[in-house]
Design a protein around this ligand. Structure first.
Ligand code: SF4
Length: 257
């Protein structure tokens, strides 16, 4: 059997071919820059002038949707509003409104709260929850007003926040409704939650959130901003299931779904 012919060795590359092989591959075109979002990403707070413009636009949209916005806690005077606001902690305004008529019938004035046995106040407000602490706050507030302010509500926030049970939120509610001059935006859990969604604040702490909101919400709107945002939170942006498809604030929201 004849032997198969040997394969010729591969030809050596010419210098020209070597050069061509060494040539680097053509550079890929840099990817086009991503279009900036019309709203900042969650967590990134926009510059103050942008937040001020956004706050004005949000207020305008909400005023159109809720032209009759107002405090949803029933009250006849400042003291009753203070009581209702203290009771509204961790409780719905609707429940508080069910409780307060009977409460004020039984204890019409701060002096009646001040001298009542604490168990009787507890019993009267039991259904609003946390009734031991709330009763203590109500009686403490009544005694403080009688002792230091002649039974009247002070108009100064620094004095008001010294009243037992009255934090900045409650003080701003009372100052806004009773005297028409809140010291800042009312920040409850709903106002804080929705303001963060809108990129108007990045703070969880209500006092820090209030400071940021005071900078971007016009002072003339400090009182109504809280009412409007709470209305929006009840109707559309609920904590459990925001209806983003039906939301009039969709374009300004940084966490829209
Ligand atoms: S778009 Fe959605 S998350 Fe944003 S404010 Fe409206 S309902 Fe709330």
């Amino acid at each position: 059997m004849a032997a198969a012919p040997k394969k010729a060795p591969p030809a050596a590359k010419s210098p020209a071919k070597k050069k061509a092989a060494a040539k680097p591959a053509v550079k890929a075109k840099p990817a086009a820059k991503a279009k900036p979002l019309s709203t900042p990403s969650p967590g990134a707070l926009a510059p103050l002038p942008d937040r001020q413009a956004k706050a004005r636009a949000v207020i305008k949209a909400l005023r159109a949707e809720f032209p009759d916005t107002q405090c949803s806690l029933d009250h006849g005077d400042g003291w009753q509003l203070l009581v209702a606001t203290i009771l509204s902690a961790q409780c719905t305004d609707a429940r508080v409104n069910q409780v307060t008529p009977g409460l004020f019938k039984r204890f019409p004035k701060p002096a009646d709260f001040a001298k009542a046995p604490i168990e009787e106040i507890e019993e009267a407000i039991r259904s609003t929850g946390f009734y031991h602490n709330k009763a203590k706050s109500l009686q403490g507030a009544a005694r403080a007003l009688i002792e230091h302010h002649g039974g009247k509500l002070p108009e100064d926030i620094d004095e008001l926040v010294k009243v037992p049970g009255c934090g900045r939120k409650t003080a701003n509610v009372v100052l806004g409704e009773v005297y028409g001059k809140p010291a800042g935006v009312v920040v409850d859990t709903h106002v804080g939650r929705i303001s963060r969604k809108l990129g108007l604040t990045d703070q969880d702490d209500p006092v820090k959130a209030e400071r940021q909101l005071n900078e971007c919400v016009p002072q003339a709107d400090w009182r109504d901003f809280g009412h409007l945002v709470i209305d929006h939170g009840r109707k559309t942006c609920t904590a459990r299931g925001p209806k983003c498809d039906d939301c009039g604030l969709f374009r300004w929201c940084v966490t829209r779904a």
